[in-house]
Design a binder for this molecule. Structure first.
Ligand code: GSH
Length: 217
């Protein structure tokens, strides 16, 4: 039985939970109390992840971190959601790197500042992040205009990776992708229809938190 360390607000953890569910691989969750500083705690870093991040996946004695690495590991181990040729595998890696650098990370930071940060966010920082999100989302929206999934004809771990944050409620970020990025919205609907999909708030541990600063942004 896998053990997934994460928390419900963490789209990076959701990527892994979603894949595990799609693989029908049983797992238990371990709550990471990120909002109260657990990932910055020296003891947690020593025992669980020196990089100070969720998700962490335990597979027996193995402990894996970085969602991209975990997705790749699970895809290979279960023989599913990988590429069907070396070229497709290269494309999957390309999209996962783009996701980690831009698509997920700017949005996750923006949403964190708006919804969960302890102090009201700086408008200049939000404006900067918005331009970065718009750039990355624009690229993905254009890519998805002529295809159903990011790589090849079927869903792959590239789709699971980029999907981490798109299922959270619009109230947490103010980003209404149905209006701003319709091809991403249609892709999101396709992923939602995959077996195993469920809302991040239903599959990961940790109380839901009412968004704090979105209305004033
Ligand atoms: N590239 C990493 C990003 C992981 C990440 O940023 N996780 C967040 C939670 S969603 C975290 O634990 N952040 C702690 C911090 O940055 O201090 C991955 O894909 O696993």
């Amino acid at each position: 039985m896998y053990r997934l360390h994460g928390f419900s607000q963490s789209g990076n953890s959701f990527k892994v939970a979603f894949l595990l569910r799609a693989l029908e691989a049983p797992f238990e969750t371990v709550f990471v109390d990120f909002m109260n500083g657990m990932t910055r705690d020296a003891a947690w870093r020593a025992s669980t992840n020196p990089m100070g991040e969720a998700p962490v996946l335990e597979d027996g004695a193995k402990r894996l971190t970085q969602s991209g690495v975990i997705l790749k590991y699970l895809s290979k181990k279960h023989g599913a959601f990988g590429g069907r040729s070396p070229e497709e595998n290269q494309e999957i890696l390309r999209w996962i790197l783009f996701d980690n650098h831009k698509f997920t990370s700017y949005f996750a930071t923006y949403r964190f500042l708006l919804a969960f940060a302890p102090a009201a966010p700086d408008p200049a920082v939000l404006a900067f992040l918005r331009t970065r999100i718009d750039g990355a989302y624009g690229i993905v929206d254009k890519h998805l205009a002529s295809r159903e999934y990011l790589v090849g004809a079927l869903p792959t771990i590239a789709d699971f990776s980029l999907s981490g944050y798109v299922f959270y409620p619009v109230e947490e970020s103010g980003y209404d992708i149905e209006r701003s990025h319709p091809n991403i919205a249609k892709w999101r609907d396709r992923l939602k229809a995959l077996p195993g999909w469920a809302s991040p708030y239903d599959v990961l541990p940790g109380e839901r938190i009412a968004p704090k600063w979105v209305a004033g942004a």
